[in-house]
Design a protein around this ligand. Sequence first.
Ligand SMILES: [Zn+2]
Length: 96
Amino acid sequence: MRTPTPASLCPELARVLSTELRRGNVLARQPERTDWPARGSVFASLRHDFRSDVRHVPTPLRHGLCNDPHYGWYEELYCEEHGHLLVAGSPRLGKT
Ligand SMILES: [Zn+2]
């Protein structure tokens, strides 16, 4: 990743983020423009697992598991409209 620039998550992910913070989750990385995974992407990460029901999110959000220590998080929410990404938790090997 290149040097990040502070930025704001798109409205769909910002809504999820504010719910998470209200439920006591903590930002491990503030939203930053990373241009990854897409051009214009803003990336943010939460220290703990998602505390809201992110497996049933409306489009354009897409939920995924990324249980891969190379990346360093467990679950992710990707906005297909804006290319923004909000991730949460830590990889748990041997678990899905
Ligand atoms: Zn969006």
